[in-house]
Design a protein around this ligand. Structure first.
Ligand SMILES: C[S@@+](CC[C@H](N)C(=O)[O-])C[C@H]1O[C@@H](n2cnc3c(N)ncnc32)[C@H](O)[C@@H]1O
Length: 267
């Protein structure tokens, strides 16, 4: 894998063991709560989890019978995912993404170890669902448009995204991480063909678990500055869904169907 500075930094986080502190051994409560809205009754949806780490949700979606594809730059995170769930996997080079494909033997899970920006629709596309938790917000501001552009090429015409965003005063903390993805910013990045709606907001359901780990765990010293930073003072998280959309391919060919008011939820 050709490694950018940012990717190398994330790999170091994993290799140092510090990312292990973020592992929560249950499905994300908001993904459960809003399941029907993005899965829409599909029994075998093709789900993409970009920048998936080793999150429990990868496992949970496969366990529900869906086809799960993850993209993650840390091989350690991917091996740790398979290890934690006692899943046998195969590993093969995937030159098209300049990386490696780790696939469970039962073929439920495919996780590409590569830089997300090296991923290509010719490798996997037509996703029914994108679960963007801890992904887009972890990018730099300069990467957001490329991310949105690539994401648009990976989705099926009636794909739904669910995305989590931290909310804080961007004027006060312009450089803070994770990035605050407002509805306005998402609409700008994804364009008019996407309908972006807020479906929920509230305190981070993981905050207590994480804060406990971060302030009492093995890495307390390392994380204290983070705990005191504006990032952790974000008191709300917004869950956003991108509803049925059609999108234009790079060369301007129309794909899919335009949303109609009947398939837009009013929440
Ligand atoms: C904030 S963590 C979130 C992990 C997971 N989505 C979760 O919710 O637990 C961000 C993840 O993105 C991965 N990552 C960061 N930049 C990446 C890139 N350019 N390509 C692929 N993975 C990346 C990191 O290694 C890390 O696992």
């Amino acid at each position: 894998m050709a490694v950018s500075g940012r990717v190398a930094l994330w790999q170091q986080h994993w290799d140092s063991g510090s990312m292990a502190q973020f592992y929560v051994k249950k499905p994300h409560p908001k993904l459960q709560e809003h399941l029907d809205q993005y899965i829409r009754g599909k029994t075998k949806a093709k789900i993409l989890l970009p920048m998936c780490g080793n999150s429990f949700d990868i496992y949970n979606f496969g366990d529900m019978g869906h086809e799960v594809v993850g993209i993650e730059c840390s091989a350690l995170a991917i091996r740790s995912f398979y290890g934690k769930h006692n899943l046998s996997f195969t590993k093969e080079p995937c030159p098209d993404v300049q990386g490696t494909l780790y696939q469970s033997k039962d073929k439920t899970y495919k996780i590409y170890c590569c830089d997300f920006f090296d991923f290509k629709p010719s490798v996997e596309a037509n996703f029914d669902v994108i679960v963007d938790f801890g992904a887009m917000g972890a990018l730099t501001r300069g990467e957001l448009q490329s991310y949105a552009d690539l994401m648009k090429r990976l989705t099926a015409p009636d794909c739904r995204h669910i995305l989590e965003s931290f909310v804080y005063d961007v004027n006060k903390y312009p450089e803070s991480q994770p990035i605050c993805l407002t509805l306005e910013l998402l609409r700008q990045l994804f364009g008019h063909d996407y309908i972006v709606e807020k479906i929920d907001e509230g305190p981070d359901p993981y905050a207590d678990d994480m804060l406990h780990e971060l302030t009492n765990g093995k890495f307390a010293e390392e994380f204290k500055p983070v705990v005191l930073s504006p990032f952790s003072s974000a008191d709300r998280i917004t869950y956003v869904k991108f509803v049925d959309h059609y999108f234009l391919c790079g060369w301007g060919k129309e794909m899919g169907v335009k949303s109609s008011p009947s398939n837009v939820w009013n929440l």
